[in-house]
Design a protein around this ligand. Structure first.
Ligand code: MLT
Ligand code: ZN
Length: 466
């Protein structure tokens, strides 16, 4: 794609739209906005603009269209597929000034927020009113809700409560051509025309810029129980996962960590835990609700299932601090791997009963191509994060052989009824694999939608499709 450069004349137009103080050209900012959390990728924008209103964004996009300048919308930069990377340079529209919770409607269990609100800030604001917003990605302490929508983020609670899309009722969106639209209505049921709301969710900032979000909320479940279940066989741990649901229980989290994941994270965070040498994997299982007796009975039933699959001694977290520690251990696996290794992270997903086949297959593919992988993730969703470690692989092997191994992993996912990303998105790094889950026709339908929204392809170009 051929785009024009940002000229001094365009800069002065950006300044008159958003205010001089909200336009950044200095090296430090350009560097800061050149990367997200996706591996070590870096693409420098030419300029960063931090608008405050939908109208300003509309004017910015009209200008970008007129001048043929690429625009990349950006939340907190915590993405894992390069969705916020300005791969063609141009303008970054940074959404951090859209940071207000506009209203929490306790009568309707709804909230209207701006996209630059941090996930955890929002969760805490609704908890203060006895309400619950479940989607809780690992980066919840820093990621923005707008980014969560763009990537349809999940997290541990998705297994019981669903992912971001399941909480979005209505959106204000600025289209790439500058019009400001509402996608739906503030209702729980809506059978009115095409579902534009859900089309925008997960579209990775390629179809429009979200400027307002209406969420539905739930009552807050007051109690949780958390158990850590060790297994000598990682495949057995995976098999036990679907058996819990078959036994009629839906945990509020069901996470998997193989031995390597725990060993890495324990080098990184201080958690007081003894793990026998024989243990190869753990399941971290949470149940939630409002009745402690019911939760204890659920845990007993879950334990029966776990022992049936040959688990070792189960640890039931006794105190809030113990629960916090176990969650810290799980949530910081990715960060621990990232800080210790050159790695590539895949976000595989299959129907949960196929999880053991997926894990075994990934290890076989690793042997074939000579790479080690550290696997962990949201087992209850069949969503396994696979961190491939470079270690002894040469640059040549890493650059040429690894993509073949990844292709095989993705082909395995699809053959098991799954797909190539559960919650991290396609963005920049996975687009070369879109031919695995989709036929040419299926891809061309999606590209047609992109062209309809963004005829000049100025908004987040280079993402999702090759
Ligand atoms: C997680 O579940 O820990 C994240 O989705 C993975 C990551 O942050 O890389
Ligand atoms: Zn995850």
């Amino acid at each position: 794609m051929n785009y024009n450069k940002v000229t001094p004349n365009i800069i002065s137009q950006l300044e008159s739209i958003a205010g001089k103080e909200n336009v950044y050209l200095d090296e430090e900012h350009l560097k800061q906005y050149s990367h997200d959390e996706t591996e070590d990728l870096k693409f420098y924008p030419e300029v960063i603009v931090k608008p405050r209103t939908s109208k300003e964004i509309s004017e910015l996009l009209i200008l970008a269209n007129r001048e043929n300048i690429p625009v990349t919308p950006r939340g907190a930069g915590t993405g894992l597929s390069g969705g916020a990377l300005p791969v063609f340079g141009g303008i970054i529209i940074a959404m951090e000034r859209f940071n207000s919770i506009l209203s929490i409607d306790e009568r309707n269990l709804q909230a209207t927020v701006e996209p630059g609100v941090i996930n955890q800030v929002f969760q805490e604001a609704v908890i203060a009113k006895g309400l619950f917003y479940p989607p809780d990605p690992a980066s919840k302490g820093s990621c923005f809700l707008g980014g969560n929508l763009a990537e349809n983020a999940g997290g541990p609670k998705a297994v019981k409560y669903g992912v971001t899309k399941d909480y979005v009722l209505n959106l204000e969106v600025v289209l790439p051509t500058g019009e400001i639209i509402m996608t739906g209505a503030n209702v729980l049921k809506n059978a009115t025309g095409y579902n534009l709301t859900q089309l925008i969710v997960g579209s990775e900032g390629t179809l429009g810029i979200i400027t307002k979000i209406v969420f539905r909320l739930l009552p807050y479940p007051s109690q949780t129980l958390l158990m850590l279940v060790p297994f000598a066989s990682a495949a057995k741990a995976c098999e036990a996962v679907s058996a819990v649901f078959v036994a009629g229980i839906t945990p509020s989290a069901m996470e998997f960590m193989e031995r390597d994941a725990i060993d890495w994270v324990l080098k990184f965070v201080e958690v007081n835990i003894e793990i026998k040498d024989t243990i190869q994997a753990h399941l971290l299982i949470e149940v939630d609700g409002n009745d402690a007796d019911v939760l204890m009975k659920d845990c007993e039933k879950i334990s029966e299932v776990m022992y049936r699959f040959g688990c070792d001694e189960i640890l039931l977290a006794e105190t809030a601090a113990q629960k916090e520690n176990l969650w810290k251990m799980r949530r910081r696996v990715a960060e621990a791997v990232r800080s210790h290794a050159v790695y590539k992270e895949e976000d595989t997903v299959v129907p949960r009963a196929e999880l053991a086949k997926l894990l075994t297959g990934i290890k076989e593919i690793g042997k074939k191509y000579g790479f080690r992988s550290v696997c962990y993730g949201h087992a209850g969703d069949g969503n396994l994060h696979v961190n491939i470690i470079k270690e002894q692989l040469s640059d040549e092997e890493w650059n040429t052989k690894l993509p073949l191994g990844i292709r095989e992993i993705f082909e395995l996912c699809v053959s098991l009824g799954g797909t190539i990303s559960g919650e991290h998105g396609i963005g920049w790094v996975q687009k070369g694999y879109m031919d695995i889950p989709f036929s040419e026709k299926e891809i061309s339908l999606q590209k047609g939608i992109k062209s309809l929204f963004d005829p000049n392809h100025i908004l987040n170009p280079g993402k999702i499709f090759v």
